[in-house]
Design a protein around this ligand. Sequence first.
Ligand SMILES: NC(=O)c1ccc[n+]([C@@H]2O[C@H](COP(=O)([O-])OP(=O)(O)OC[C@H]3O[C@@H](n4cnc5c(N)ncnc54)[C@H](O)[C@@H]3O)[C@@H](O)[C@H]2O)c1
Length: 325
Amino acid sequence: MAASTAAPDPVARDGGARPGSADRVDLSNRSTAVGLERIGVVGGGTMGSGIVHAALAAGIPVTLVEADAAALARADALVRRSLAGAEARGKLGAAVGGPGAPSTAEAALEGLTLTTDRSALAEAPFVIEAVPEILDLKSGVLRDIETHLADDAVLATNTSSLSLATLGAGLRRPQRFVGTHFFNPVPVQVLLELVRTSATDAPTLERARALARRLRKEVVEVTDSPGFATSRLGVALGLEATRMVQEGVATPEDIDKAMVLGYRYPMGPCRLGDLVGHDVRLGIAEYLASTLGPRFEPPHLLRDMVARGDLGQKSGRGFYDWTKD
Ligand SMILES: NC(=O)c1ccc[n+]([C@@H]2O[C@H](COP(=O)([O-])OP(=O)(O)OC[C@H]3O[C@@H](n4cnc5c(N)ncnc54)[C@H](O)[C@@H]3O)[C@@H](O)[C@H]2O)c1
């Protein structure tokens, strides 16, 4: 891999426990926590590849499962690019991933197994599903994954809004099912929203908390409910801001400025919608309207923007013009 040459090893400089040559990882030190000897990730897109990066950077070996060979190659490239970028920014090594963590992208990638064969997940005591936010797809994938796992393995979903009660309805071991809602980009964002159902048992929650500690994430724990805490509040604010633009109350620029300067938000709701994607926001709003009630009914401006293809940054236009940046 181009990004990983025989660069000096920062771990060696700070006295980390890295016996052997400077560019090799002490594999025995990679993961000691019971139940986190390896994680499985199913779906290596934006979020899955980020979770893989974060785990490898923490020294946890990963089995990444994709739908087909082409998707697997794309996922591999995403993980490699992400780790190479982290290495270039000095964001790998013991200071980031803990004792024994790899300090080069190449060393981190030694822990990665890529496959399209879900039966390879049998060796992972903690598996995270990160396929697209489509209810039927996700619940089918979850049911199938479960058939490959050890009885005490934890099965987690990275859904950003779908109720776990619905998603996990067909699972045989609902007590081992939990929500691990990571944020994008996973290696950078500190928050992990941990979602428990009424069936999730204590050892499952404890293992999920242990994973969060290994990945150096801050946890908020939420009882299963559509949209959890983050998406529900974030979408509520985004929808109201969109209604205000629709009604001519203020421009997107002034709404964002008001929230940034008046409420010290790091970013206003219109700009955030552009970054998230208005199609994604519309999908969550429709789901929340169908489950939590009409207060989440999407304003017609949001539907119009999506129909026009004004999806935000990814399409070049949303509330803002992104073609100039
Ligand atoms: N993108 C975000 O900002 C974000 C943030 C938090 C949570 N989420 C949630 O994370 C999940 C994944 O979102 P994403 O943005 O990474 O999506 P994505 O489209 O970037 O990636 C999904 C991946 O799943 C793969 N996939 C599809 N079907 C599969 C199958 N049957 N088996 C294995 N892999 C399969 C695809 O090939 C793709 O690589 C969704 O539930 C989403 O709501 C997304």
